[in-house]
Design a protein around this ligand. Structure first.
Ligand SMILES: [Zn+2]
Length: 305
């Protein structure tokens, strides 16, 4: 047993050393700092912190994105089903896809990254300091971790919007309607359930009964202007910004974080890899957010409580 452990450690060490020896692109340029103590010093003085989170934070909880290599539901990827056109063509299929994603979330839980963010918000609030989470994730894991001040700029899997009256409602039912019970299997051989449109989720506002759709922002759609202006407001007033689990080349961090950095506000990136925007930021912490965020956001000795 001891020999086995030793061997494993030796393998891990040699792997690590090989990684560290590997020359990194842009090494000659002024790399952002990975000095945690320096970050913590700024963190302890910040009064208005914005944390932008993306798919990487959810991926650490095992939430599938249906994008990239291997990311298929049946024979489609998200960008083929998460569109208004796909829904207009085949609302039953799109609802099966979203029903499956909702049901999958029943088996997933917030990870230490989500929990560190939520705990930080609660603690700092007691000190009269503010934390705002701007997330592109639609899985509500921040909410389930206990975060309160969340801007879900891409909507939520657990909200619906009526196509007739526009009413939006929270909806955590499982299944969301009787006809979708047991449907939505992800394997490529599964047949479309071809649920008649009147059996799909329908609006419960008095006298409406319109067809509901998931209240998420689909490809080709614009962001909710109210949520976007609240995000802009938070970004314009923050004195520290964290970007976690999202590559800063991809929307929305591409839009938000560099804008904050040009104001001279420190931006700290927590990510698995460098991105072209990394060089514009003050800090970069490499690794899974579930590992890097808890020590970064933990109680600081200068905090009052
Ligand atoms: Zn309605």
């Amino acid at each position: 047993m001891i020999i086995r452990l030793f061997t494993c450690r030796a393998i891990i060490n040699s792997h690590l050393n090989a990684h560290l020896r590997k020359p990194r692109r842009g090494q000659d340029m002024a790399r952002p700092s990975s000095d945690l103590a320096a970050f913590r010093d700024i963190f302890s003085k910040a009064n208005n912190i914005v944390i932008i989170t993306g798919a990487g934070v959810s991926a650490e909880s095992g939430v599938p994105t249906f994008r990239g290599a291997g990311g298929f539901w049946r024979k489609w990827q998200a960008q083929e089903l998460a569109t208004p056109e796909a829904f207009a063509r085949n609302p039953s299929r799109v609802w099966e896809f979203y029903h499956y994603r909702r049901e999958v979330m029943l088996t997933k839980n917030p990870n230490p990254g989500h929990l560190a963010i939520a705990e930080c918000e609660a603690r700092l609030n007691k000190q009269g300091r503010k934390v705002t989470v701007i997330t592109q994730n639609i899985d509500e894991l921040h909410r389930r971790a206990g975060s309160k001040n969340i801007l879900e700029i891409h909507g939520s899997l657990f909200k619906t919007r009526c196509l007739s009256c526009g009413h939006e409602a929270a909806n955590h039912r499982s299944p969301i309607c009787t006809a979708l019970e047991g449907k939505g299997a992800p394997d490529p051989e599964s047949q479309d359930a071809q649920i008649p449109v009147e059996k799909l989720p329908r609006c419960e506002q008095t006298g409406c009964h319109g067809l509901l759709r998931p209240a998420v922002v689909w490809f080709g759609e614009t962001l909710d202007s109210d949520i976007l202006s609240r995000a802009e407001e938070a970004l314009d007033s923050c004195d520290l910004c964290l970007v976690a689990g999202t590559s800063s080349v991809v929307y929305p961090a591409a839009m938000f974080a560099p804008q904050v950095a040009t104001r001279g506000v420190p931006v700290a990136e927590f990510n698995m890899e460098d991105t072209p925007a990394t060089m514009h930021f003050k800090f970069h912490f490499h690794g899974p957010c579930g590992t890097t965020l808890p020590p970064a956001l933990a109680h600081h000795e200068d905090e009052q409580h």
